[in-house]
Design a binder for this molecule. Structure first.
Ligand SMILES: Cc1cc2nc3c(=O)[nH]c(=O)nc-3n(C[C@H](O)[C@H](O)[C@H](O)COP(=O)(O)OP(=O)(O)OC[C@H]3O[C@@H](n4cnc5c(N)ncnc54)[C@H](O)[C@@H]3O)c2cc1C
Ligand code: FES
Length: 281
């Protein structure tokens, strides 16, 4: 609902202006955006996404990666993979793009109150999880232990490096990073992110897990969490499929009996477990 904005039609993008760009890694960049004239920035919940429309190129779903408590900026971190994301990477300060949203079911930050929370990200999967972490840290007293486990292909693929270092220095947050392949002066963990789970400091029977990364990674992470005793009802994953409308009209993002744009992208693992174990859905 775009109350206070130029339009109430969920299918019409609203104009936004790029205020800052940052190259995070070789193939991943962040855009900071502010609403154009007459547009009001809408509140979002951690885990929701927007449809970003690049004039003359196309429209893609991208998760919001900024702080849900920030009322003046919209932040998206994107990996360059094809036509639209390549065009997006070329945007400069002052350029415009169209945005509609926010859409989708968010991370269960309210349901997790009182629990230990473990956030497990693979690669670009840290971007959709960052708003959840911001939320947990700004309501820190409501949660038990908060643990972030992050895995990337190599040290050069680590996102938000400075922020990770800042988070790591906090006494009320446990951060572990691992890389599949080490090189240079990397002195940290080497191995896939699942190897961090057995020794991560959370009480399995009282834990909510939020997981985002490639599907195969999410499947193995969920298996490892279950081995530790975390219930499949308390493991949440964020799913991706090609989208067109983003609001449950077109059927493009159908995933078994569900639509990822409307019923997800965040699902309880128990809801998607059977589908995730099949290769082509
Ligand atoms: C709910 C949701 C949230 C998303 N959030 C983010 C986000 O925060 N940041 C982000 O970078 N991406 C995100 N994505 C993925 C993003 O939408 C796609 O990468 C984008 O649509 C690709 O568009 P394109 O035109 O650049 O590439 P296309 O021309 O569509 O694809 C180019 C090539 O890349 C492959 N490809 C497409 N999508 C992906 C993908 N997700 N992973 C790997 N290969 C892919 C295609 O198979 C093809 O081979 C999200 C997707 C969904 C559904
Ligand atoms: S993208 Fe149209 S139904 Fe989900």
């Amino acid at each position: 609902m775009n109350t206070g904005n130029l339009t109430l039609d969920p299918m019409i993008p609203l104009p936004y202006v790029v205020t800052r760009t940052a190259q995070e890694t070789r193939d991943t960049f962040t855009l900071e955006l502010k609403p154009g004239n007459g547009v009001q920035l809408l509140h979002f919940n951690p885990g929701q996404f927007n449809m970003l429309y690049l004039f003359g190129t196309g429209e893609v779903p991208i998760s919001i990666s900024g702080n849900p408590a920030s009322s003046d900026l919209l932040i998206h971190t994107t990996r360059e993979v094809g036509a639209v994301t390549q065009t997006m990477r070329k945007l400069k300060r002052g350029d415009s793009l169209g945005i509609r949203g926010p859409y989708g079911r968010p991370w269960p930050v309210e349901e997790a109150v009182g629990d230990d929370v473990v956030i497990i990200a693979g690669g670009i999967g840290l971007a959709p999880l960052r708003p959840a972490l911001y939320h947990l840290l700004s309501h820190r007293e409501k949660y038990g232990k908060v643990v972030l486990l992050y895995g990337t292909r190599s040290p050069d693929d680590i996102l938000y490096r400075r922020e990770l270092e800042k988070w790591r220095s906090r006494l009320d947050l446990e951060v572990s990073v691992t890389v599949d392949r080490a090189f240079g002066n990397w002195q940290g963990n080497v191995g896939v992110v699942t190897t961090l789970i057995p020794r991560a400091p959370f009480e399995a029977t009282n834990t909510t897990a939020m997981v985002c990364g490639p599907e195969i990674m999410m499947r193995y992470v969920a298996m490892e969490l279950q081995k530790r005793g975390v219930s499949t009802d308390k493991i949440y994953v964020s799913m991706e499929r090609n989208m067109k409308c983003g609001v449950g009209f077109c059927g493009h993002c159908q995933y078994g009996p569900r639509f990822i744009c409307k019923d997800g992208p965040v699902f309880r693992y128990s809801e998607v477990k059977e589908l995730l174990s099949k290769r082509e859905i």
